[in-house]
Design a protein around this ligand. Structure first.
Ligand SMILES: [Zn+2]
Length: 81
């Protein structure tokens, strides 16, 4: 009878282990997915030559050998001689 109780205990421990590991892995993958949803943190910032503000490189306007935050800034920028 003791062996039977031991098997039940082992089964119970195994079930608890599976539940905990499933929860742990699912929460970890959710966290990884969450970081992938925010690519802004990995984006490189460039300095607008006209108004000196930082903008993500993907949103910046490249003109006259420099980055600008907008087409308006690129138009207004006058390079120092
Ligand atoms: Zn600007």
């Amino acid at each position: 009878m003791l062996v039977f109780r031991l098997i039940i205990l082992l089964l119970l421990a195994y079930v608890i282990f599976v539940i905990i590991s499933t929860f742990f892995f699912s929460s970890r993958t959710r966290r990884l997915k969450g970081s992938k949803d925010r690519p802004d943190l990995d984006q490189e910032l460039v300095l607008c030559l006209h108004c000196q503000s930082y903008v993500p490189q993907t949103e910046a306007v490249f003109s006259r050998g420099g980055y600008f935050c907008s087409a308006e800034c690129a138009r207004l920028f006058v390079r120092a001689p």
